[in-house]
Design a protein around this ligand. Structure first.
Ligand code: AOF
Ligand code: ZN
Length: 359
């Protein structure tokens, strides 16, 4: 196993290169749906001779950009790819053929492609061509980076991240009031980066009515705004809501009148339930949904088992009475849901605690 390297020593070169390939992939996070973010490095005799990432659906795959840069130097080299190279003709020709034609000798893959048109076949075809293939290096990191794509392919719905900012006593807002910021500047800058990397941001009608947020990206070089998705089952949100610019999505009940929204270029999704709504958002190629509140909407997602990942920004302040990030029926502490792959990171004087609920 190439991942095991004596503790305290520098990383194994394979691991280092795969980490760089993941960094390449990350450059297009939020831009590739319904395709995955993928990165590729071509290394020959300890020298990186090519790098590439998949910029967006319809464009060439990561391997193609890396092979172009490497040119003749790809012969006999090792390719590090964050996703199993494709074996099918989609919008673009198969990467397996490109790797074989370039004379690559060894391919290191982070994770298999769950796409039924590929899944395993890419690896089999590379091996059949006499190429040495290793699979599973930094697999957990890669599958987490590809969570949106994997969710679309295997569940037909976006990967859902619940983000909230709470006080030290666990309150996200004072009851029924417009809310000032909970977090400090570093934490808010991090939220802007998350918005830049997600396909869509979801908020409920309550948040629109109390805060009328813009849900845009500010202060991120090269940033772009995600699609705002407003959940408003009962038709309470006015068409003038600032978040509902053209390209926005209104999720409402099966029979709510919504002509004024459609006239403004808003996509109206009529859903009978939350799972139904998420399937329809998946059909719009939204692979990642950053759920930004408020607690009523988040609780509905939580009770329906639709939250996959949590990012909690905890600020060192106390509010006293107020709303928690989740409501709903009481459960005993034994029945609390445990996050896994938990990370804790200080952000200024706030603390980011993040973790996963789904695998
Ligand atoms: C790779 N490298 O960089 C990506 C892959 O329609 P296409 O041709 O873009 O194919 C899309 C599928 O290819 C996508 O569903 C996934 O299975 C795979 N994505 N594969 O080898 C890449 N983006
Ligand atoms: Zn490909």
């Amino acid at each position: 196993n190439t991942q095991e390297f004596p503790p305290g020593e520098a990383e194994h070169p394979d691991t280092r290169y795969m980490r760089q390939a993941l960094g390449e992939a990350a450059r297009a996070l939020g831009r590739t749906s319904p395709n995955p973010p993928v990165g590729c490095l071509i290394v020959r005799e300890g020298e990186v001779v090519g790098r590439g990432f998949h910029p967006q659906a319809g464009e060439p795959h990561a391997e193609v950009f890396a092979l172009r840069e490497a040119g003749e130097r790809a012969r006999g080299a090792t390719a590090y790819v964050t996703l199993e190279p494709c074996s099918h003709f989609g919008r673009t020709p198969p990467c397996v053929g490109a790797l074989i034609a370039a004379g690559v000798r060894r391919v290191v893959v982070a994770a298999e492609d769950p796409n039924p048109q590929v899944s395993g076949r890419g690896i089999t075809e590379l091996r059949a061509a006499g190429i040495e293939v290793e699979v599973g290096l930094l697999e957990a990191e890669a599958t987490r980076q590809q969570a949106g794509f994997r969710s679309l392919v295997t569940r037909g719905r976006p990967h859902v991240v619940y983000k909230y900012a709470a006080t030290l006593d666990g309150k996200v807002a004072a009851r029924g009031e417009a809310n000032g910021p909970v977090s400090g500047l570093e934490a808010r800058a991090r939220v802007m980066r998350w918005r830049n990397e997600t396909d869509a941001i979801a908020v409920g009608a309550g948040t629109i009515l109390t805060d009328d947020p813009l849900l845009t990206v500010r202060g991120v070089p090269g940033g772009r705004d995600p699609r705002p998705v407003i959940f408003d089952r009962r038709g309470r949100v006015p068409p003038e809501a600032r978040a509902l610019r053209a390209g926005g999505v209104l999720v409402t009940g099966p029979r709510t009148e919504a002509g004024a929204f459609e006239e403004r270029g808003v996509t109206v999704v009529r859903a009978a339930s939350l799972p139904d709504a998420l399937r329809q958002l998946g059909a719009l190629d939204l692979s990642t949904l950053l759920l930004e509140g408020g607690p009523t909407l988040a609780s509905a997602f939580f009770e329906a088992g639709l939250i996959d990942e949590v990012r909690a920004l905890i600020a060192p302040k106390l509010l006293g009475a107020g709303l928690g990030p989740l409501q709903g029926p009481e459960r005993s502490m034994h029945a609390a849901l445990n996050l896994h792959d938990v990370k804790v990171e200080p952000l200024g004087s706030d603390v980011l605690v993040s973790g996963w609920l789904s695998t």
